[in-house]
Design a protein around this ligand. Structure first.
Ligand SMILES: [Zn+2]
Length: 102
């Protein structure tokens, strides 16, 4: 096999296979791994999702879920209707029913 320059340090080395672009130096191997990961992240969605931590349902997530589903709107309506009903009740008192003691 012919000697090729390392893409990281530029030093000539004999590659073990045709796809080897980095020499055996630790720094170059690290660079190769980083480059490979970056490349993988770019092309492989499955790899990307595997690398990401699984999202646990958190209170923030739940809150945003409620907001997106319009659940909060329903809750607000319930509160507003409750207020209206209370208001209506106080107005519907029959005159004379509320008699003063004196
Ligand atoms: Zn190198």
């Amino acid at each position: 096999m012919e000697q090729v320059p390392c893409v990281h340090c530029g030093k000539f080395f004999i590659p073990r296979n045709r796809s080897q672009n980095y020499c055996t130096e630790a720094d170059c191997q690290r660079a190769r791994k980083t480059a490979w990961q970056r490349y993988k992240m770019k092309i492989d969605v499955d790899y990307r999702t595997q690398q990401q931590p699984i999202l646990e349902p958190s209170p923030i997530n739940l809150c945003s879920l409620l907001l997106t589903t319009g659940f909060l709107k329903v809750i607000l309506n319930v509160i507003l209707i409750g207020r209206k009903q209370r208001h209506a009740k106080s107005n519907s008192k029959r005159p004379g029913y509320h008699s003063s003691p004196d």
